[in-house]
Design a binder for this molecule. Sequence first.
Ligand code: FAD
Ligand code: NAP
Length: 312
Amino acid sequence: MLDCAIIGGGPAGLTAGLYATRGGLKDVVMFEMGMPGGQITQSSEIENYPGVFREEPHLTGMELMEPWPKQCMHFGLKHEMAQVKSVSKSGDIFKIVADSGEFEAKSVIVCTGSTPKRAGFKGEDEFFGKGVSTCATCDGFFYKDKEVAVLGGGDTALEEALYLANICSKVYVIHRRDAFRAAPPTVERAMSNDKIEFILNAHIIEAYGSAMGLDGVKIEQDGKEIDLKVSGLFVFVGNNVNNGVLKQEDGSWLCDLNDNGEVVVDLKMHTSLPGLFVAGDLRVDAAKQVVCAAADGAVAGMQALSYVQGHL
Ligand code: FAD
Ligand code: NAP
């Protein structure tokens, strides 16, 4: 019987493991289907994790995360390289079904993150992390005083376009319709920002460039092709929350989720089910930043410790 099972080995899962084991839990296993590190390891540049900064060449996400597993496992955290299929609870005991076998645990911390949706145009995968991005807070600064494009017409796209307009010389918003999902006041603010230009009823045919990065995007609008020379393209077409492990055999959820599929937690990362904690991008109102996911993990690790020791 594990004291705690952690699902996901990104910044939240690793930090949860560090705090749970260093706090005194003995049998703590982190189920991570790949190498630990999480989605930030896909990023070619990170400059907003406090205390770790390199101007040139930029610190990569892989470099940031490289020392984390060693430190987090120093106090006894074990890594099970396996994909978890489901988590359920019977009485006080959690059951974890992974592709490597079945496990029982007294507590569970789910840190499976979220995955930005891809739009599906040509070149999107090829230039992902080399000009194509899904995070303006992370990557916007690299395009200071340059022209960039944003794809999408939801709240995220327009809010991030406004954020980018503070940094970049021009922001083109490419949207497939002329009506928006974003809230009307947000649309109004974006429309009245003179750095933002809308390209509506349009779709991206292709993102193109070289080994050095993105050079531009070809767009189709009203049967005409537009060639937009931008070195940054931000894709905001929604997010997939990785909540699948919480789905039960009868189709219900192990704990409360909101309408977007994000897990409802309180400030201590408690879900609606005692002994089940959620940290990082998977939770409601997540800022979707490494520093925040790590902080959530620390809170969840400490709470799992208190739960197993009977202090909650
Ligand atoms: P994740 O990092 O998503 O980790 C989840 C882990 O769970 C993954 O390793 C996954 O393999 C594993 N997993 C999922 N499901 C299962 C399962 N069923 N079984 C086993 N394992 C599973 N943030 C910043 O602060 N600054 C930046 O500059 C920045 N840049 C970014 C650039 C890019 C390209 C991307 C994609 C993200 C960026 N972010 C940045 C956001 C940051 O990476 C995330 O907010 C953070 O990684 C979330 O951490 P997490 O631990 O919640 O989830
Ligand atoms: P979203 O609301 O689902 O919007 C996604 C946008 O991307 C839509 O405009 C959609 O176009 C477009 N799109 C989807 N697939 C596409 C594709 N393959 N190619 C081109 N365009 C595509 O996602 P979101 O903006 O990330 O918001 C998610 C949720 O969080 C929403 O409920 C939103 O209200 C909420 N949110 C709220 C706030 C806030 O309250 N301040 C901020 C951010 C997000 P169509 O419109 O044509 O479908």
